[in-house]
Unconditional design. Structure first.
Length: 153
């Protein structure tokens, strides 16, 4: 059955990918409305720690990927919760990481290596750094889509 608010097979695929990205964060939400409310409240800091552990990215890399300064991450850790905009960026990073894992057919290490390597299709920047903004993240997603379809740019 499709997730509420989705249509057909494409909606089911997006729903499944969203759920995998949430699982990487240790968040068990399968309702888009509840997800929005959770992002607005701010994810527990533990969700970011789960992401770091699941991806094996260093904390400086995580900081750049989600565009949250390391000092702010230290404060959020002591507070126990991320802000809404930070939670949104963490969810975005998790989704991109999951797309990269799919690109490499489930190979987490290969996905991580690709995210850390300069890519010609991103002007020689790493996907990890390029995805630190919304527009950059969309370009990383577009690049992954092109690579999945054999368009090597």
């Amino acid at each position: 059955m499709p997730i509420a608010g989705t249509h057909g097979a494409k909606g089911r695929i997006k729903g499944v990918k969203r759920m995998r990205a949430l699982q990487r964060l240790g968040i068990a939400i399968d309702d888009p409305v509840k997800l929005v409310h959770s992002v607005r409240r701010g994810f527990p800091f533990k969700s970011l720690a789960n992401f770091q552990k699941a991806t094996d990215l260093s904390w400086p890399e995580i900081s750049r990927f989600v565009n949250i300064p390391r000092r702010t991450l230290t404060r959020r850790q002591s507070q126990g919760r991320l802000q809404a905009d930070e939670s949104d960026r963490v969810l975005r990073a998790s989704s991109i990481f999951d797309m990269a894992v799919d690109l490499f057919e489930g190979d987490v290490a290969a996905a991580r290596k690709w995210l850390q390597a300069p890519q010609p299709g991103l002007g020689g920047e790493t996907p990890l750094d390029f995805a630190s903004t919304e527009v950059g993240a969309r370009e990383v997603e577009n690049l992954i889509g092109r690579l999945e379809h054999g368009v090597f740019t």
